[in-house]
Design a protein around this ligand. Structure first.
Ligand code: MN
Ligand code: MN
Length: 300
């Protein structure tokens, strides 16, 4: 199925905003800066440019590979000589662009950042209708290993759909068994993650990273909690969100009660952060593409 004109237009709009914010955040992030400052700056820029955040801005540092966003009043800072991944999601009417950049403050790790970026370019070069996701994964793996580094085998790129960041097919960065093939009109986030040769090349779940998502359509008996739930449904639908965002709308006490009840009844899920199994630094690069007749169009 090929995308309708007005759908493609919205994807392109989201992509343009995401690209601008990514290019500017590279200059904005400094050592010693508060992480929350980066998160809020990115999310405000997205809104200022006419989009909505498709998920909370992720700022994942060193061995934290993904899914960290600041909680309210976060005191954590960007440490000196760190490897900072900023992952940005924009949606326009539910059509999502997902992109990430690694900012490297450690001269010894620049090679990691460069390899992630070049692996992404490789992915963009080869992706086309008919390509199997396993052929894609082995090509990315070969490329990263040829640089003497390791891909993270259990973090993958993914198909994107309206209001769904992770839809349908995954796009692993390693060889794997799968019969799934890329089709024209599909939208994918391509995102290789790279670690050093002495890393495990895998991530494990760490503590919750302050990102939530609605996973069950159900209401609860408590009136106050239901109000929070309705707000989440109306504003974020099936997209990830931060508790931080709700602090502007609801008092802290009601939010604490609501999150505890909604998590317990599994109406909400909390994303854990992902950390490299051996604690080695991880670099990431990401673009969103739409598959065309003979290749892809990079949206971001
Ligand atoms: Mn991303
Ligand atoms: Mn992604």
């Amino acid at each position: 199925m090929i995308l309708e004109k007005n759908v493609l237009k919205k994807y392109r709009e989201a992509g343009k905003i995401a690209r601008k914010v990514r290019e500017n955040v590279r200059k904005f992030v400094k050592e010693g800066m508060a992480i929350i400052e980066v998160c809020e700056w990115v999310e405000d820029e997205i809104r200022r440019l006419g989009g909505q955040p498709a998920f909370p801005c992720n700022v994942s540092i060193n061995h934290v590979a993904a899914h960290y966003t600041s909680p309210t009043n976060d005191k954590s800072i960007i440490s000196d000589r760190s490897l900072v991944k900023v992952d940005i999601g924009v949606h326009v009417d539910g059509y999502i662009a997902d992109t990430a950049v690694t900012i490297c403050f450690d001269p010894e790790l620049v090679f990691l950042e460069e390899t992630a970026r070049q692996a992404l370019m490789k992915g963009i070069e080869i992706i086309r209708p008919g390509l199997s996701t396993s052929e894609f994964g082995s090509a990315i793996q070969r490329f990263i290993e040829s640089r003497g580094l390791k891909p993270i085998s259990n973090l993958t790129g993914h198909q994107i759909d309206r209001y769904l960041v992770h839809a349908g097919k995954s796009l692993p960065n390693v060889a794997h068994f799968s019969l799934s093939r890329i089709k024209e009109g599909e939208v994918f986030a391509i995102e290789p993650f790279v670690t050093t040769r002495d890393g495990a090349g895998r991530v494990r779940e760490g503590p919750p990273g302050n990102i939530y998502r609605l996973v069950k359509q159900k209401s609860v008996k408590d009136r106050e909690v239901n109000k929070v739930l309705t707000y989440i449904k109306n504003h974020y639908r099936t997209l990830p969100f931060a508790e931080r965002w709700l602090r502007k709308v609801f008092p802290e006490k009601i939010l604490t009660k609501s999150f505890s009840k909604l998590l317990k009844s599994r109406i909400l899920m909390a994303y854990p952060i992902f950390v490299e199994v051996k604690g080695k630094p991880v670099a990431q690069a990401e673009h969103t593409v739409v598959i065309t007749k003979d290749g892809c169009e990079v949206l971001t």
